[in-house]
Design a protein. Structure first.
Length: 81
C-alpha cells in the first residue's frame, strides 16, 4: 500500500487514522524511522524490537550464552566481582 502523506512547513506529518489503528498507535506512540537505499521505513516500537531480535538471532544462532546478560555475567566472573 502506498499513501501520500503531506509534510507541513514545520516538518510535521500525520499518519491516517486507519493506519494508526492497524499499527496499534491509536493513543499515540513512537515510530522509528530508518533510511535505506530504497527510501524511508517507519516501524512501531514492537516492529523495531522484533527486527532487532531477528538480527540478533542471525548472529547468535539462538545460543543463550550469546545474550547481553550472559556476557555481563562472564565479565563479572572474570573480574572477580
Amino acid at each position: 500500500m502506498t499513501l501520500q502523506i503531506n509534510i507541513t512547513p514545520n516538518g510535521r506529518m500525520s499518519l491516517p487514522a486507519d493506519v494508526r489503528k492497524r499499527l496499534g498507535l491509536t493513543g499515540g506512540g513512537a515510530v522509528y524511522l530508518d533510511e535505506t537505499e530504497d527510501g524511508v521505513v517507519l516501524r512501531t516500537a514492537s516492529q523495531a524490537v522484533a527486527r532487532a531480535q531477528a538480527l540478533a538471532e542471525q548472529y547468535t544462532g539462538g545460543n543463550p550464552d550469546a545474550s547481553v546478560d550472559a556476557f555481563l555475567n562472564r565479565r563479572r566472573e572474570d573480574s572477580g566481582e
